[in-house]
Design a protein around this ligand. Structure first.
Ligand SMILES: *Cc1c(COP(=O)(O)O)cnc(C)c1O
Length: 397
C-alpha cells in the first residue's frame, strides 16, 4: 500500500479574501461569548458593547486620519460602496444628476451606477489607458456643471493598477464635486489618508485585511450629503440602521492595528516576491505578458495573459495541483463573462479569456511561488498542445 501524501496547497487569491489572523480571532472572542450586549441597550451589557465599538472606531479613524464620528460601520465593502454612490447621489438636486465612475471600478460601484440609471441619473464611465490607469485629463474632460459625484478606486482588484487619486481629489474639490474612493484593496497595505487623497467618501472592508467577512466601513467627511439606505434604529448617526456587528467591528479594528504595525515591512516583502515571480514567469513562459502598470501596482498583485491558454482550463489545472488563483471574470451559470476591466484596457473578448491573477499575501513564501512556476510551465505547455477549442466549447465549458 502506497502512502498518500497530503496535497500541497498554495493560496494565491488574497485579493479575493484573506484568512483570519489568530490575533484578530482572539480579540473578537469575548464578543462572541460573555460580551454579547446590544450597543443600543442602556444597561451594563449594552454600555460595554457601545464602549468597545467607540474605542475601536478611534483605531480606524487614526489609521485613515479622520474624526471617529466620520466612520460609519457597514456589512461589507460592497455595502460601503453602495451607500457612498447611491446614498450621495440620492441627495443630488435635479440639475446635478450626472455621475462619473472609472471604467475599471468593482461591480459594487458599477452596478450602483446602473441602479441609479434606472432612476433617471446619467452615469458615465471614465476610460483608462492600456495599463488600466485613469488620466487626470480624462476626468477633467468628462466633468460638467451637472456632475455631482466622481468615483475612482485606489487600486484595481483585478490587475493591481494604482490610480492617481490625489490629483483627481484636488480636481474634484476645485470643481465642487463629491469624490468617492474604493480603497478596499489598499487599506492595510499602503498608506491611506483621507486628507492626502482629498476624498469625501472612502470604502474599506475587513476580510481583505485578515479579519472575518461581513464587516466594512465607509468614511464620510463631515457635511457630505448622504441618504441612508438602511433605516430603522438610527445607529451609526442615522447613516446605517441595524444592530452593529460588534464582534466583527472589534476584529476589524484589531486587523487595522496589526496592519499599521506591519504594513511597511510586509509591503516591501510582497513587492520583492511579486517582482521575482513576475520576472521568472516572463522569462520562462513564452508568449506571456504582464497586465497592468509595471511599477504603479499593488505590492502583492501579478496578472498575466498567457496567449492561447484559456484561463478557465489553466485555473482548473492549477487547482488540481493545489494552487488557488483566479481570473477576474465572474463565472456564472457555465458562462465565462469577459472581465470588464480587461475590456476597458482595450483587449478583445478572446484575449480577455486568457487573463489570470495571482495575488500574494501574508502566508506567501518564495517556495510557494517556485512551485507555482513549475506547475505553470508544465500546464501551459500541455494546454497549448491541445487542439484549439472553439468559441462555442468555451461558452459551454
Ligand atoms: C472585495 C472588494 C470589494 C467588495 O468588498 P466585500 O467586503 O467583499 O463586499 C469592493 N471593492 C474592491 C476593490 C474589492 O476588492
Amino acid at each position: 500500500m502506497g502512502i498518500i501524501l497530503p496535497m500541497r496547497q498554495v493560496y494565491l487569491d488574497y485579493a479575493a479574501t484573506t484568512p483570519v489572523d489568530p490575533r484578530v480571532r482572539k480579540a473578537m472572542e469575548p464578543y462572541l461569548k460573555q460580551e454579547f450586549g446590544n450597543p443600543s441597550s442602556l444597561h451594563r451589557w449594552g454600555r460595554r458593547a457601545r464602549l468597545a465599538i467607540d474605542s475601536v472606531r478611534e483605531t480606524l479613524a487614526q489609521a485613515l486620519g479622520c474624526d471617529p464620528a466620520e466612520i460609519c460601520f457597514v456589512s461589507s465593502g460592497t455595502e460601503s460602496c453602495n451607500l457612498a454612490i447611491i446614498g450621495c447621489a440620492l441627495k443630488a438636486p435635479p440639475n446635478r444628476r450626472h455621475i462619473l465612475l472609472s471604467a475599471v471600478e468593482h461591480h459594487c460601484v458599477l452596478d450602483a451606477g446602473k441602479w441609479l440609471e434606472a432612476f433617471g441619473y446619467e452615469v458615465e464611465l471614465i476610460p483608462v489607458d492600456s495599463y488600466g490607469q485613469v488620466h487626470l485629463d480624462a476626468v477633467a474632460e468628462h466633468l460638467r456643471d451637472e456632475t455631482w459625484l466622481v468615483s475612482v478606486m485606489h487600486a484595481n482588484n483585478e490587475i493591481g493598477t494604482l490610480q492617481p487619486v490625489e490629483a483627481i481629489g484636488r480636481l474634484c474639490r476645485e470643481r465642487g464635486v463629491w469624490f468617492h474612493v474604493d480603497a478596499v484593496q489598499t487599506f492595510g497595505l499602503l498608506p491611506v489618508s483621507v486628507d492626502t487623497i482629498g476624498c469625501d467618501l472612502l470604502s474599506v472592508s475587513a476580510h481583505k485585511i485578515y479579519a472575518p467577512k461581513g464587516t466594512g466601513a465607509l468614511y464620510v467627511r463631515a457635511m457630505t450629503p448622504l441618504l441612508p439606505l438602511m433605516v430603522g434604529g438610527g445607529q451609526e448617526r442615522d447613516r446605517r440602521a441595524g444592530t452593529e456587528n460588534v464582534a466583527g467591528i472589534v476584529a476589524f479594528a484589531e486587523a487595522v492595528r496589526i496592519a499599521q504595525q506591519e504594513r511597511e515591512q510586509e509591503a516591501e516583502r510582497l513587492r520583492d516576491l511579486r517582482d521575482r515571480f513576475i520576472q521568472a514567469v516572463l522569462e520562462t513562459i513564452p508568449e506571456t505578458s504582464l497586465t497592468g502598470h509595471p511599477t504603479e501596482r499593488l505590492p502583492g498583485s501579478a496578472h498575466f495573459r498567457f496567449r492561447g491558454v484559456p484561463a478557465d482550463s489553466l485555473l482548473i489545472a492549477l487547482d488540481r495541483a493545489g494552487i488557488g488563483a483566479s481570473s477576474g471574470a465572474a463565472c456564472s451559470a457555465g458562462s465565462l463573462e469577459p472581465s470588464h476591466v480587461l475590456l476597458a484596457l482595450g483587449w478583445d473578448e478572446a484575449s480577455a479569456q486568457e487573463g489570470v491573477r495571482f495575488s500574494l499575501g501574508r502566508g506567501t513564501t518564495w517556495d510557494d511561488l517556485e512551485y507555482t512556476l513549475d506547475v505553470l510551465q508544465e500546464q501551459i505547455k500541455r494546454i497549448r498542445q491541445l487542439p484549439a477549442r472553439t468559441a462555442q466549447e468555451m461558452v459551454l465549458h
